[in-house]
Design a protein around this ligand. Sequence first.
Ligand SMILES: Nc1ncnc2c1ncn2[C@@H]1O[C@H](COP(=O)(O)OP(=O)(O)O)[C@@H](O)[C@H]1O
Ligand SMILES: [Mg+2]
Length: 274
Amino acid sequence: MNIAVTTPQPKPDTETVVRSLTILGGRDKTGNPEKLDLKVEPGDVLCLVGPTGSGKSCLLADIECLAQGDTPSGRRILINGAVPPLTWRYATGRKMIAQISQTMSFVVDLTVAAFLELHADCRHLENQAQIVRQTITCANQLCGEPVKAGMALAQLSGGQSRALMIADTAVLSASPIVLIDEIENAGIDRKRSLDLLIANEKIVLISTHDPILALAGKKRLVIKNGAVTDVIETSFAEIRNLAVLQRYDYALGALRHRLRGGERIESPLDWGCV
Ligand SMILES: Nc1ncnc2c1ncn2[C@@H]1O[C@H](COP(=O)(O)OP(=O)(O)O)[C@@H](O)[C@H]1O
Ligand SMILES: [Mg+2]
C-alpha cells in the first residue's frame, strides 16, 4: 500500500505550523511488525528508553528525515496528520527539526555573541541584542561553567556547547521539533534544559539512560530489537519519585563540586535525608 496515496497531503508551504507529529510503526530488526500509531503535540516530551543497540538513535533519525517507509525500520512520520511535502524533507534553511547530539562541537571561528547574532539575523528577528543576551543568560542557567558573549565557540567545553545549543534551540530557533540523543553526561542541568524546551512549546524527543530524564517526560517509549514495544505514561507515583531523585542528584552535584575544590569527603553521607 502506498502511503502517499492513502494519506491526505497538505498543500506545500501553506501549512507550516506543526500541531502534531505522528509516528506510524514499521518493523523490528527481525522483520516483525511494530504496532505503533502515536501522536505527539507541542509541549510534549517523549523519552526513548532501551539498551544500547536497541534502536533509539534510529527512531530519532527516522523523525529527523521524516521517513516514509524508506529507512531500515520502515516507519512513517506524519506532520499534522499528513505526509509532509518533499520540500519539508529536504529543507536546509527554515528547518522544522533541530537535533542535539552528545558529540557536538563548533568548528566556526566566531564568538558566542557573533554566532547568536548571525542566527538571529538569519531569522530576521527584531530586538537582536536582547535575544542574544537572553540566550546567553539561558545557557548559563543550564551549565555550571560560565558562557560569556566574548568567548570563542571553538574553545567552549562540551557542557558549555550543549548548554548554548539548547538555549539557542529554545529561545532563538524556529524549529518546533527537537531531538536530543543521550545528553546525560554532557555536564548540564538536564531537567532545566527540558523545562526550558517545554516552556517554549516544542515537541521534544529524547533518548536516554538517565532516570531523571526518563521520568521527566510525559511518556516513554520502550525500545527493543529495533521497535517500540511499549508506551508508558509517567504516573503520579513516578513523578513523586522523580522529586526524590532530583534531591539525590543535587546532593551528588554538591559532592562533585567539593571534590573538584580539593576537599576530603569524610563525614558520613546520610542519603536517607537529602
Ligand atoms: N527497526 C530496525 N530495523 C533494522 N535495523 C535497525 C532497526 N532499528 C535499529 N536498527 C539498527 O540497529 C543498530 C543500532 O541501532 P541504534 O539506533 O544505533 O541503537 P541505540 O541508539 O539504541 O544504541 C543500527 O545499525 C540501526 O540501523
Ligand atoms: Mg544511540
